[in-house]
Design a protein around this ligand. Structure first.
Ligand SMILES: Cc1cc2nc3c(=O)[nH]c(=O)nc-3n(C[C@H](O)[C@H](O)[C@H](O)COP(=O)(O)OP(=O)(O)OC[C@H]3O[C@@H](n4cnc5c(N)ncnc54)[C@H](O)[C@@H]3O)c2cc1C
Length: 417
């Protein structure tokens, strides 16, 4: 069924009995052309673009839990293209352009809202860095405006501008940044892939990767063995475990990142704000909750729940930046397993095993990357060559040291920044 205003009207007048399931629940077939391990945003988007752009539809996405149960449904929903380094710059620009046409493309309301994002700075040095980043964004063809303190105050009058340690000097404004409803992105890509013939197999954990004479031949799963000509590992926080099934040791550490949401409030924050000194970011959801987060929990873990010291740290950052938040009550918090790479940038590459592909290392930035990542990973799987927007996401940069993209300037210990 195609969603449209006419369909909503018709269903509204006929008791809403015509809405079907968004996707089928098929049994796994014995063999596929392509298997994608992981039904998160990146796996689903890869399947969608494989079918849509390359006509490859004999594809299965194998998900050990349920669609949307991973980080794609746990993030703070920020979408932006304000990266400064070659490699990241063109990739995130590519992804944002896909976001801008995504709802029409998927025929699905992912609630993409370009409400703008302001990255605050609190020193002269940070202003210089913001100006450099803004110039890089403009050179890439994206938008950036350097706001002074009064420019920020006009948009966000409730911040603590004269905080003794971190007075607000200004901000880098990226008008095309914003948010999207995270679950809807997973559902939209799932529906789009399913409609093109992709099998989405939930409750199907991959437990082994079959390799014969240097070539991948299929996977072992909790629902039996499935053969495949090509297999893509797109398992985000579990990438290290999945790649180990193919004998690979990845330069990835899995860490927990928490997020928080307050009770619903009247509209008070109509843009996204990031506070670099406290590593804190916040927006207001369409339901009214203030959605915010901060740093990793800083120890490797596969438990999708967070610790209290980090919750306290995030609350402190919130109070430092915008004391009015102290009046809001936190409704709930949750955690997700983040695949942290040493330079804070992703990996989208072939591997030393024929037919086996790797997509991981998304760190804090994987939600905004979903359409771009799916698009370029599908291109890589279909053609064997990296897409022009993702030529630098090679795995071997961590072995050679050539081509590292240390976007956040945190060195090779991104996870410890
Ligand atoms: C709290 C939090 C806030 C964040 N905020 C933002 C943000 O504001 N903006 C932004 O851009 N990014 C953000 N991120 C990062 C972003 O959410 C992730 O980088 C991105 O979602 C990861 O890709 P994914 O969607 O494919 O991952 P996931 O949804 O985690 O998908 C991976 C899937 O693989 C499955 N899987 C794992 N192992 C197996 C197996 N053996 N067999 C089968 N399936 C398997 C998992 O069950 C999972 O569903 C945030 C992350 C968190 C946790």
């Amino acid at each position: 069924m195609r969603f449209s205003a006419w369909q909503v009207l018709k269903e509204g007048l006929t008791g809403n009995r015509g809405w079907g399931a968004h996707w089928r629940d098929p049994e796994p077939k014995p063999a596929y052309d392509v298997i994608i391990i992981g039904g998160g945003g990146h796996g689903l988007a890869t399947a969608y673009y494989l079918a849509k752009e390359h006509g490859i539809t004999n594809v299965a996405v194998l998900e050990k839990g349920y669609i949307g149960g991973g980080n794609v449904g746990r993030n703070t929903t920020i979408v932006r293209a304000n990266y400064g380094l070659p490699g990241n710059s063109e990739f995130y620009s590519h992804s944002l352009k896909l976001w801008e046409g995504l709802e029409a493309d998927l025929n699905y309301n992912v609630m993409h809202s370009q409400r703008g994002i302001i990255n605050l700075f609190h020193s002269d040095g940070a202003r210089d860095a913001a100006a450099r980043r803004g110039n890089a964004m403009i050179n890439q063809g994206d938008d950036a405006v350097l706001l002074d303190r009064e420019g920020v105050r006009a948009m966000l009058p409730f911040l603590d501008y004269d905080n003794i340690r971190f007075p607000v000097y200004g901000g880098l404004y990226h008008a095309r940044g914003g948010t999207a409803r995270h679950d809807a992105v997973a559902w939209g890509f799932a529906r789009g892939a399913d409609r093109r013939g992709v099998d989405l197999i939930q409750n199907c954990e991959v437990t082994g990767i079959d390799i014969e004479q240097g070539r991948v031949t299929g996977v072992q799963t909790t629902r039996g063995a499935i053969k495949a000509k090509k297999v893509a590992m797109v398992a985000a926080g579990r990438s290290g475990q999945v790649a180990a099934m193919a004998g690979m040791r990845l330069p990835i550490e899995s860490h927990i990142l928490q997020a928080f949401v307050t009770e619903g409030l009247k509209p008070c924050l109509d843009t996204v704000v990031t506070f670099g000194m406290g590593h804190f970011y916040i927006s207001q959801s369409d339901k009214g909750g203030l959605v915010f987060g901060g740093d990793l929990d800083f120890y490797a873990s596969y438990a999708a729940r967070g610790n209290l010291p980090q919750a306290e740290h995030v609350m402190e950052a919130a109070m430092t930046l915008m004391p009015m938040i102290g009046k809001a009550r936190v409704l709930r918090s949750w955690g997700g397993i983040m695949d942290m790479s040493p330079d804070g940038s992703p990996i989208i590459d072939t591997t030393h095993i024929d037919g086996l592909f790797l997509n991981c290392g998304w760190c804090y930035g994987g939600f905004k990357a979903v359409p771009g990542s799916g698009h370029v990973t599908a291109h890589l799987i279909a053609t064997g060559r990296p897409h022009a927007a993702a030529t630098k996401y090679r795995l071997d940069r961590f072995a050679t040291g050539i081509g590292l993209m240390d976007e956040e300037g945190t060195g090779s210990q991104h996870n410890l920044h």
